[in-house]
Design a binder for this molecule. Structure first.
Ligand code: NAP
Length: 310
């Protein structure tokens, strides 16, 4: 099959022919129709996970996928050949990725059905960013009327978080810089905007001298955002692994690690259909153009970048 893969450490990822994987017990083989780009994929491509996760070369890149079940391994219940599915490749090693024609994934985690009415492009954009957003908002336990700062509101996770926080009744302050970004976050439900190229915490304190109830940190320097939060506030971050990384006497620091359970993925798909919260797809690329997709992701995102796989 054709896949965007890394042949060895230090090499550049390229589209190449690799073996079609075989589903192990508990796995399904998915014929991928669309995938989306996450920061994690760029980190793998750049070799940043060397020493942190086992690499089984060739390492096919990609976490998020949408497609159809091509084959079912032993001990898999609930899925059959032809089912439309989406999710997040969730394995303890790197090697099986979604930027190829086929990928094997466990049926118990990171996999759910695509409901009728949801296309592969949208479904491919939902998985990791949507899960990170849902898990962040669940952990934040936002109460109606609370003031919530979303730093990184323009990205894949942030675009989703802004909608969920607004739906929970929060008054959302979103980071944005360009006119397009302003328009984007406002359409998603942000009530106020701060410019992330200037001091975000100072702008927040100027408008709200006692600070915000909740800071959601998805981009930028976490330490510089601490002063935006009111004493007793919650500080959530997808960028830190432990509260020890952000010492503070006055705030509750909550790291977020996305856990793409079938239930969470089903919630994302349902929200997409009702329109309660939706994935914003900025642009779709072909597999051959995946390096352009990576370059565009790295230079700035407004929602999700999707790769279509014929
Ligand atoms: N812990 C987990 O399980 C988990 C899961 C998913 C993602 N993540 C992490 O969460 C973060 C967000 O993910 P994502 O997929 O949303 O990334 P993304 O799409 O790259 O979004 C980041 C956004 O933040 C904006 N930005 C850049 N610098 C900023 C700053 N100083 N202040 C405010 N906004 C700034 C970027 O704008 P420009 O485009 O204009 O630069 C971009 O729109 C990433 O670091 C990712 O690795 C963690």
């Amino acid at each position: 099959m054709r896949a965007a893969a890394l042949s060895e450490f230090g090499s550049a990822p390229e589209v190449q022919d690799v073996e079609i994987p075989t589903p192990a017990a508990g796995e399904v083989l998915v014929r991928v129709r669309a995938a989306s780009v996450n920061g994690f994929d760029l980190a793998v491509a750049n070799g940043y996970l060397n020493g942190m996760m086992e690499h089984r070369f060739p390492v096919v890149l990609g976490k998020d996928f949408a497609g159809t079940v091509e084959a079912v391994g032993a001990d898999v219940g609930g899925y059959a050949v032809g089912d439309r599915v989406f999710g997040v490749v969730t394995k303890s090693f790197l090697g099986d990725g979604s930027f190829g024609e086929y990928v094997t994934v466990p049926s118990a985690i990171g996999l759910a059905r695509i409901p009728d009415g949801l296309d592969f492009t949208a479904a491919a954009g939902l998985g990791l960013a949507g899960t990170a957003a849902v898990d962040t908002i669940d952990s934040a336990a936002i109460k109606s009327g609370e003031l919530v700062l979303v730093a990184g509101a323009t990205g894949g996770v942030g675009s989703y978080v802004v909608q969920l926080a607004a739906n929970a009744g929060a008054r959302v302050i979103a980071t944005a810089h360009t006119a397009d970004e302003h328009e984007h976050v406002t359409a998603l439900g942000a009530a106020e905007i701060v410019d992330y190229t200037e001091d975000v915490a100072a702008q927040v304190r100027e408008a709200h001298p006692t600070g915000v109830d909740v800071v959601i940190h998805l981009a930028g320097d976490a330490g510089a955002l601490l002063p935006a939060a009111a004493d007793g506030g919650r500080f959530l971050s997808t960028l830190i692994g432990s509260p020890d990384q952000l010492p503070t006497e006055t705030l509750t620091v909550l790291p977020v690690m996305a856990n793409p359970t079938p239930h969470t993925l089903e919630r994302l798909a349902a929200n997409q259909l009702t329109g309660d919260s939706v994935v914003s797809v900025q642009r779709v690329y072909s597999l051959d153009d995946f390096s352009d997709a990576f370059a565009d992701f790295a230079s700035g995102t407004l929602g999700k970048i999707v790769i279509s796989i014929d």
